[in-house]
Ligand binder design. Structure first.
Ligand SMILES: [Zn+2]
Length: 126
């Protein structure tokens, strides 16, 4: 009997292997849309004023975490959420794994706090 953690690791490994060829997939070519992909909803996509084409679908994208170098997967579902629900920039992509992202968020919020405290000490309004 395998543990849940083992199974999750296996599933992640399989998805990473399967998605390796997705780097070559043309997200504007709906005719050659892969089986494991999620359709994009252009009504929800924010156009960034470049008049560039918007992707027609999302596929799982493997990437290497820019901080720790681990092999990670940005799934099609996560991409749909990022672009269509939280309205992330259309040219932005995942670069950090979950753990490193949390660390970076913490670092940024600390830096912001220190910066604003500094401004307050000087008597300036941010
Ligand atoms: Zn990382």
């Amino acid at each position: 009997m395998k543990s849940g953690k083992q199974r999750r690791l296996e599933i992640k490994q399989r998805r990473l292997e399967r998605s390796a060829k997705n780097k070559a997939v043309d997200r504007y070519d709906i005719a050659n849309r892969p089986l494991y992909s999620v359709e994009a909803n252009h009504a929800e996509l924010v156009h960034n004023n470049t008049y560039g084409a918007l992707p027609l679908f999302y596929v799982d994208m493997p990437f290497e975490c820019s901080d720790c170098g681990s092999d990670e997967l940005w799934t099609a579902k996560q991409q749909k959420w990022w672009y269509e629900v939280v309205k992330g920039g259309i040219n932005s992509v995942a670069i950090r794994c979950r753990g490193c992202r949390k660390k970076e968020q913490l670092r940024k919020s600390e830096a912001r706090k220190v910066h604003l405290e500094g401004l307050a000490k000087k008597g300036k309004k941010p």
